[in-house]
Write a protein that binds this ligand. Structure first.
Ligand code: HEC
Length: 100
């Protein structure tokens, strides 16, 4: 599952670094994102909408956000259409959870 998620993460990795301390690209570094408060990566310029969303990144919230970022957080600066396949989202979430 985690390995499948790592592969499915390929399109995300154009914007997101995942190694601790690695410079973020267009998006925030996602190391340790699971269980973290939305918008809390130090030094990253989040949209006010995401920063004030009050979301904590667990399964349900991640599933909604990856399915449709702009519907889950209106005004988000994450320009990504969304992953329609629930099984692929589940694998990506398992991968994110492994990045601790
Ligand atoms: C085109 C660049 C881009 C792509 C592709 C992208 N993201 Fe993002 N992502 C962003 C940006 C920018 C933000 C910050 C959004 C904001 O502040 O509203 C973000 C935010 C996030 C967050 C919230 C992080 C936090 O610290 O609160 C998660 C989780 C996330 N992305 C996961 C993913 C996943 C999983 C994929 C692939 C399915 C993906 N992203 C694809 C640019 C991208």
């Amino acid at each position: 599952m985690v390995e499948r998620g790592r592969q499915a993460f390929a399109p995300c990795s154009t914007c997101h670094a995942v190694s601790p301390g690695e410079m973020s690209g267009l998006g925030p570094n996602l190391h340790g994102v699971y269980g973290r408060q939305a918008g809390s990566e130090e030094g990253f310029a989040y949209s006010p909408e995401l920063a004030s969303s009050g979301i904590v990144w667990r399964k349900g919230a991640l599933d909604d956000f990856i399915a449709s970022p702009s519907r889950t957080v209106q005004g988000t600066s994450m320009i990504y259409a969304g992953e329609p396949d629930p099984a692929v989202r589940e694998a990506i979430i398992a991968y994110l959870q492994s990045l601790q």
